[in-house]
Design a protein around this ligand. Structure first.
Ligand code: GDP
Ligand code: MG
Length: 451
């Protein structure tokens, strides 16, 4: 479901989060990727432009520095998407112990009948007694379909197989249905919203007086959902929308955002043909999920911890001494499991999306080892910190440092190797590392350095 969009956005965020320089070039690249993904998911072009412009504006703002810029960009992306999807979660307000009715409308094949069963089952499980009233009197197979769904999933079905007038069917069961907390009403569709359908729906709405009239739209139609929703809104009035088939198309993003534009809240979305493939639509958690992030706030917090701007000044200038290395070690101590953090180390931004290519030992800067290394760095003279190369050349320095830190000389050697790996990365970090360079790099260090 919207995987591609999610991946593109996540990649963009990672790129920005991991870059030393959030410069114009980087932003333009990210914006281009995003635009492609947004358009593929059939988002409205003006919305796409709005997002792009906001990102570019932040990128160009000289006053916002380093980490803040990163945070703002991520926040803008998150907030814009949230806004496009309607922000707050909207829920149907249904109670136990009182007869309520939801009527589903929609064109042929939009998923009404399937959704009727899903909804009945959904509320059943949540403690409401539910019934289904089948009013699709036009299609011969419609009533069999609903009957079968009822049998399969143990739902209470009310249909009249002979009746050609839906109003009469309703009247026939009206009294009985009052003993249920909730009745879901399946109605007939058409190929398009023609006058006949409008008339039928209007009559039904007047007679049945549903608590909620909900339009069922298939995600496949993408942005066209806007037109459909507003047409139904005008013709018959709707309280909201259910988007079906989110699992089977990349265009769901368009459908979701389009509905918000018509001010028709999306209450549910369905994600498969099975009875349980339905879920309430919550914009905020939906975004977290398509971004593949449990919690965006937590990610931002991590970025902040890993990259303190003052500490990065030297790295920006292409300098990376033992002092910076120590800062990295300290920052990483705060942020937990390294697999994830490796993506966020400033200077390794260009590696993102190529995680597999990161030399394994590069992320071995944690735990006991990191502790030893910090002691070792503390035992270095300012000169040694600035130019760690001189340590290797003189065994006496190596021994002195090891002794001062209470560790073995092999630990100091390991530290020096790790430092070199990182330094090389940082040096090339401001340019995009090509895939080829990465491979070369991985070969060079991936096997040779065992610690
Ligand atoms: P109706 O004509 O509006 O009543 O539509 P139906 O409920 O009969 O659904 C039309 C087709 O869409 C059926 O084959 C359903 O199984 C399928 N369908 C409905 N919802 C979903 C969904 O969320 N995902 C997938 N993959 N298929 C769905
Ligand atoms: Mg149907």
């Amino acid at each position: 479901m919207l995987e591609k969009l999610g991946q593109a956005i996540k990649k963009g965020i990672d790129k920005i989060a991991g870059a030393i320089f959030v410069d114009k070039k980087l932003i333009e690249e990210v914006v281009k990727d995003l635009q492609r993904a947004l358009i593929e998911s059939d988002m409205n072009v003006s919305l796409v432009k709005e997002i792009s412009d906001s990102l570019k504006e932040i990128a160009a703002n000289e006053k916002i520095k380093g980490v803040e810029k990163r945070e703002q960009i991520i926040k803008i992306l998150h907030d814009k998407l949230l806004e496009m999807l309607g922000g707050e979660k909207r829920e149907l307000e249904l109670k136990k112990g009182k007869p309520q009715k939801i009527m589903l409308l929609g064109l042929y094949g939009s998923g009404k009948t399937t959704t009727t069963a899903k909804l009945a089952n959904y509320y059943n499980k949540r403690g409401l007694t539910t019934a289904i009233l089948g009013l699709d009197v036009h299609r011969p197979a419609a009533r069999e379909q609903i009957e079968q769904l009822g049998k399969q999933h143990n739902l209470n079905i009310f249909i009249d197989k002979e009746e050609k007038n839906p109003s009469k069917t309703f009247k026939r069961f009206e009294g009985e249905l009052k003993s249920y907390d909730l009745t879901i009403i399946d109605t007939a569709g058409r190929h398009s919203l023609d006058s006949e359908l409008v008339k039928e729906i209007k009559t039904l709405v007047k007679e049945i007086k549903p608590d909620y009239t909900i339009l069922v739209i298939s995600a496949d139609i993408g942005q066209a959902a806007k037109k459909q929703a507003s047409e139904f809104q005008k013709a018959t009035g709707i309280d909201g929308v259910i988007i079906t088939r989110m699992d089977s198309t990349a265009r769901g993003g368009g459908a979701l955002t389009a509905c918000h534009e018509t001010k028709a809240p999306v209450f549910f979305m369905t994600t498969g043909e099975k009875i349980n493939d339905i879920e309430t639509f919550n914009p905020s958690s939906f975004i977290s999920r398509i971004l593949g992030l449990g919690d965006l706030e937590a990610l931002m917090e991590k970025i902040k911890l890993t990259a303190e701007p003052e500490k990065l000044e030297k790295i920006k200038e292409g300098r990376f001494t033992m002092q910076e290395f120590k800062e990295q070690l300290k920052a990483m101590e705060n942020v937990g499991p390294l697999g994830k953090i490796a993506e966020m180390i400033p200077g390794l931004g260009s590696l993102l999306g190529n995680k597999a290519k990161i030399p394994e030992n590069m992320i071995e800067m944690q735990g006991e080892k990191a502790k030893k290394w910090k002691f070792a760095i503390d035992s270095m003279t300012p000169e040694e910190k600035e130019n760690p190369e001189i340590i290797e050349k003189e065994t006496s320095r190596l021994q002195r440092i090891a002794k001062g830190a209470g560790i073995n000389t092999s630990d100091v050697r390991a530290l020096l190797k790790q430092y070199k790996i990182l330094k090389e990365f940082v040096k090339s970090g401001s340019q995009e590392l090509s895939q080829k360079q990465l491979m070369k790099f991985a070969r060079k260090f991936g096997k040779k350095v065992r610690m």
